[in-house]
Design a protein around this ligand. Structure first.
Ligand SMILES: [Zn+2]
Length: 151
């Protein structure tokens, strides 16, 4: 999907702050502009926040927890590549890229779940990762589905 402001193409809604603005563009806006953008976006796509409150809004109703789960298994080649990168460099770009993509997928599934319920916001978003067996990781993204309205 594409950002309406900068035109940059992103693989998922994970990188967006509102319906049509990427986090980068949103961060460059002033507070008044940000609020306007959020109000425009409200009801079109659930808003998401890692906080339990959203400034300028109050929670009207709670709908419980929504979540998204992705399971990832590393291929033997991917693992070898990562091991090689570990030896050569300090950090592991192959792994961080994989984690980022997996988190984004779990996030999108959670937002979809929220859309199905018909809420307009998900608060207190958290991630959890568990290694199920060797090389197989389960990533969970969850938050509280709520209905909010502007104060
Ligand atoms: Zn942008």
């Amino acid at each position: 999907m594409k950002c309406a402001k900068c035109g940059k193409e992103y693989p998922s809604h994970y990188y967006f702050r509102t319906e049509s603005l990427c986090m980068e563009c949103y961060g460059k806006m002033g507070p008044a502009e940000q609020k306007k953008a959020i109000i425009e976006s409200l009801m079109k796509h659930p808003m998401t926040s890692t906080y339990h409150e959203m400034e300028g809004y109050r929670v009207v109703k709670h709908f419980g927890v929504v979540r998204g789960i992705t399971v990832r298994s590393r291929s033997i080649f991917g693992r070898m590549g990562a091991e090689l990168q570990t030896i050569i460099g300090g950090n592991i770009p192959l792994f961080s890229e994989l984690c980022e993509k997996t988190r984004a997928e779990a996030f999108d599934m959670m937002v979809e779940h929220a859309e199905q319920i018909g809420v307009n916001a998900v608060l207190g978003i958290r991630y959890d990762a568990t290694e199920v067996t060797d090389g197989v990781t389960e990533v969970l993204c969850y938050g509280t589905a709520v209905l909010v309205e502007p104060v």
